[in-house]
Design a binder for this molecule. Structure first.
Ligand code: FES
Length: 102
């Protein structure tokens, strides 16, 4: 476990995502509301769409380019088993959003 701070709690609006780079790792971070955040690899495996610009549907992010969606708890694509994204554990510590980049 190597949690590092990637954002302040109020930096990302509810329902929004942000592209983050920390310690050589790029990720898409999403605020699902109620202190709940998700993080995943930022590039859609379909045709390299920007997942941080996608939107949340429940616990999934929808890619803005062609609509493939990914479960942010497992990384599985809900359209086809051929694709998946890496997901990262996220925790809130005080006012910091921390991601385990390991
Ligand atoms: S690039 Fe993401 S669905 Fe096509």
């Amino acid at each position: 476990m190597a949690f590092v701070k990637v954002a302040e709690l109020d930096e990302i609006g509810v329902g929004e995502g942000a592209f983050i780079e920390r310690d050589g790792v790029s990720l898409a971070l999403f605020n699902a509301g109620n202190g709940h955040f998700y993080a995943c690899s930022p590039v859609c495996p379909h045709e390299d769409g920007p997942l941080a610009e996608g939107w949340l549907e429940g616990n999934a992010v929808v890619c803005p380019w062609h609509g493939y969606d990914f479960d942010l708890t497992s990384g599985a694509c809900r359209v086809t088993p051929d694709f998946s994204v890496k997901v990262y554990p996220v925790r809130v510590s005080g006012t910091a959003v921390e991601v385990d980049l390991a």
